[in-house]
Design a protein around this ligand. Structure first.
Ligand code: SAH
Length: 406
């Protein structure tokens, strides 16, 4: 409101002064993430017909096209109206940094949000498709000792459209990349005079992200409605059509959140960041353990698993000489024995600020062998993106530090 007064004072009624342009931009409504009903209403308020909303919706969420001008089945007049009154969040986001791992399988983007905050998003290419790791908050208040996200605390919750937009920014890239690839392929095939068979499985939407893991910065259970809202949106048949089974929410152990998710009755995968199975150690690594002791967290997660039939994944960062002993592996096995659970061991990505180290290969193998001997299903996380600061909050922290030094 302050901005508005200052601007109208300085340039009353002038059409295209720079200040008025900013003002007009501020007055626009962002339509990204609106349901089809809400979108229809928003467009109708500016005189656009109902079928236009349907077309715009398809462009946005099935074709990952965010520029009104590129929506070529709209009339010029309607495009002008849309541009005059609305914005589309993915176009308001700037890419501050981009890092691609040397094997080409992982990309990390540092995105600048319209309010000046920045968030990270990681795209991982697996043999079964593309998955995106999104954060749920700007920063984090959990203050886990080994994590870079919480170095400066939480700034704010992300909104559902902000979470959805990150998935769609990658969808847009995949569309552009695959579009070019298939054009090239078609040209080559044509040259060879061969007949190309269309083997595309329409169900799988190969040019779209097929999995989302809410494992980026922030604690998703402290931003429950926005996270669930975003996942529900991606689940819709007229958007990504992503199954809940392809979604995972990770928590440091906020028990009321685990219970609330259970009440929803959706078969979303649950991951729990455990990281230690001795109370004093876990409290020193993860202060949340004081309020929600890990034994209770495991019980809540097991109840979630029983209710929905989904296995719980326990994440366990291996920190040299802290939680990687034989005794720790045996204790962990004891807690998880006979549970519908698996362990994802994460050799720590060292965060220089905190002085944690990664255990030796031998120590990691020893830990895995003990779990296996005890029949606990365990995997060691593939080191995707180690060369691109892909652990939580690392790129954002590095960027902030660079900005400070400037
Ligand atoms: N707050 C939620 C989700 C975000 S954390 C949670 O705690 O589960 C996502 C995962 O990355 C967590 O398991 C977290 O412990 C892990 N992580 C954080 N810092 C890391 C580091 N330096 N190396 C490896 N994993 C890290």
């Amino acid at each position: 409101a302050i901005e508005v007064t200052a601007r109208s004072d300085s340039s009353p009624g002038v059409g295209a002064s720079p200040t008025n342009l900013v003002f007009e931009e501020l007055m626009k409504i962002d339509i990204f993430g609106l349901t089809i009903e809400a979108l229809t209403e928003a467009l109708a308020s500016k005189g656009l017909k109902k079928f236009r909303a349907k077309q715009v919706f398809q462009w946005l969420y099935q074709k990952s096209v965010f520029d009104f001008a590129a929506m070529h089945n709209l009339s010029k007049a309607d495009i002008a109206l849309l541009e005059e009154h609305f914005t589309v969040l993915p176009r308001q986001i700037t890419i501050l940094r981009e890092q691609n791992s040397s094997d080409g399988m992982t990309s990390k983007l540092l995105l600048g949000l319209p309010d000046g905050n920045s968030v990270e998003t990681v795209l991982m290419h697996h043999d079964y498709g593309y998955s995106v790791c999104v954060s749920s908050q700007v920063g984090c208040d959990m203050h886990c000792a080994f994590c870079a996200s919480g170095l400066k605390g939480a700034v704010r919750n992300l909104t559902a459209p902000e979470i959805i937009a990150r998935v769609y920014l990658f969808n847009e890239r995949l569309r552009q990349r695959n579009g070019q690839a298939s054009l090239k392929e078609a040209q080559q095939t044509q040259q060879a005079g061969a007949i190309k068979q269309d083997k595309q499985d329409k169900q799988s939407r190969p040019d779209m992200v097929s999995r989302v893991v809410v494992m980026g910065s922030g604690e998703p259970m402290l931003n429950f409605d926005a996270v669930l809202g975003a996942l529900d949106f991606l689940h819709r048949e007229d958007t990504c059509f992503m199954s809940y089974r392809n979604m995972t929410i990770s928590t440091c152990g906020i028990i009321p959140g685990i219970k609330r998710l259970e009440e929803q009755g959706k078969r979303i995968n649950r991951a729990v960041s455990l990281h230690a199975v001795r109370s004093d150690l876990r409290t020193s690594l993860m202060p949340v353990n004081k309020g929600f002791p890990f034994v209770d967290v495991i019980a809540a997660a097991e109840a979630y698993s029983q209710a929905g039939g989904r296995q719980v994944t326990y994440e366990y960062i291996l920190l040299k000489d802290k939680n990687d002993s034989v005794q720790d592996a045996e204790l962990l096995s004891n807690y998880l024995r006979y549970k519908h659970a698996s362990v994802n061991l994460i050799p720590a990505n060292p965060v220089p600020e905190q002085g944690f180290e990664r255990p030796s290969k031998a120590a990691i193998e020893r830990f895995v062998k003990i779990l296996q001997k005890n029949r606990i299903s365990a995997t060691v996380r593939k080191e995707m993106g180690k060369d691109i600061d892909a652990a939580c909050g690392q790129l954002r922290a590095k960027f902030a530090k660079e900005q400070e030094q400037k």
